[in-house]
Ligand binder design. Structure first.
Ligand SMILES: [Fe+2]
Length: 86
């Protein structure tokens, strides 16, 4: 039986965002390791693909951090109200 990563399931909006933030941080760490491996092996095509993935993951991390910052600054109720219209 495979031992897969633990599921991160938030029970509130803030917890969901925090779980996603943690997963993004873990993904970024893994992608950076993979980029280092590609550099050691002189696999520059794979490195370029991973660099694109890393850029996307860093954008996700930034977005999640921004959302958590908004919850802190405007309060959860206002945050949810703000996003209801999106
Ligand atoms: Fe992501």
């Amino acid at each position: 039986m495979q031992d897969l990563n633990k599921l991160l399931i938030g029970e509130s909006v803030k917890e969901v965002l925090k779980c996603d933030l943690q997963l993004e941080q873990e993904a970024i760490h893994l992608v950076r390791e993979a980029i280092s491996c590609c550099e050691l092996e002189a696999d520059y095509i794979s490195r370029e693909l991973l660099a694109d993935i890393l850029e996307g993951e860093e954008e996700h991390l930034d977005w999640l951090g921004t959302q958590l910052g908004l919850i802190e600054s405007m309060g959860l109720e206002n945050f949810i109200q703000f996003h209801r219209h999106e």
